[in-house]
Design a protein around this ligand. Sequence first.
Ligand code: PLP
Length: 462
Amino acid sequence: MRFASAPRERLSGMNTKTESRSRVKTSLELYQQAGNLIPGWTQLISRRADQFAFGVSPIYAQSAKGARFRDVDGNDYLDWVNAVGAVILGHADDAVDNAVIEQIRKGSIHTVNSPLELELAEELNATIPSSQMVRYTKAGGEACAVAARIARGTRDRDLILFCGYHGWTDWYQAANFGADPESGEYPFAGIEPIGIPKVLAGTAIPFRYGDLAALEQALEQHQDKVAAIMMEPMRSELPPPGYLEGVRELATKHGVILIFDEVSCGFRMAIGGVQAYLGVTPDMTILSKSMSNGYPMGAVVGSRDVMEPAKHMFISSQYWSDTIGIVASLVTIRELKRRDAQSRFKSIGEKLRRTLDQAIAEAGVAGACTGVYANPVLSLEIPEGVDGRKVSTLFIQEMAKQGIHCQLSFKATLAHRDEDIEQTGIAACKALTVIKQGLEYEALDDLLEADLKKEPFRRQVR
Ligand SMILES: Cc1ncc(COP(=O)(O)O)c(C=O)c1O
């Protein structure tokens, strides 16, 4: 397939700036109101308007179905963000929603416990290699905090070595006391540990992904003090060969609990998670996004040895018994299996990668589509002296104007069809042609109708 790449005549966005802003007028008005009502505008940093093309991208939605959503201004978008990966079957999936509605009619939470808790535990045990016992939460960061508590309690040690992103709670954010927030190094450039007790400094220690020797050194330096290694096993790139196996060996050798945080990477590479895909089994696993197709849910699963001591720990919260997320998870996991999710994600992801590569070639920009099939990433080569944020904002802006909501990293759902990939390829070719012109004529600033996108916080794991 060749894309109908129409080179852009104009090299100035001046005339269209007002036009773009009027397309998302209601979104922009609501966002301004949010500034007065909600500190930080949104509940999740990744949902802030400055993470997209502010002024052009939609900020508020009114409805969503399958691979698409409608914003509050009535514009329709093909969605490659999918609630930052939380939606995996597709928006408002009928199978999940019907089960949830049925459960709501029976009562979403009861005075006594629901047997559904056991049914999901058995489903997780049959699905996730590391799962023998299970605790539930309503979100990922909470589940990370539960895992940290269980690991510390089980080992009676305080330190946690970590790599990757693990949520908003104190145990983890305390790591930023050890880093210069502006250094551009780990963990979160630009985010200071304001409001985190300073006494926690030194209790969560980052290590560099892919560097086994550095991890070994940290374990030796803190001999007998480390309760757990918590890490995202991968994100968009496969780990270096033998790396996770090496981490597994080191954890066992030092009596340290190995925790895989599969909140973002789980379910798409394989239904059993990255651990099933790569054949490395941790002691504990954290699940959340994707497990319930967008309904609030999280889980900590692990071996009996590691999990059982949790019965002596204070780990308790009222809505962890709520049945909605549990039902949604049961149906989501069963539907992933029934719909043959792994091979579907492979074919969707591989087709998207080929299509984006073709768009790059036809537009004549330097770059490639990288990333595994579960998470294709548009990697453009930015010429020296050019601010990469201008290029990424321009891409998101030009895609939004063509009805596609995306970042440079794409997350598919099972609702994405071949036609959606073709539409994305045609739009990407046009967007990249605009970028090429902007680079050639040094006119990126003129072409930008949106405010410059902010970089997301660093996650250490690519
Ligand atoms: C790997 C990982 N862990 C934890 C979290 C935190 O989850 P939540 O935002 O549900 O608290 C996220 C969220 O993006 C994540 O990607």
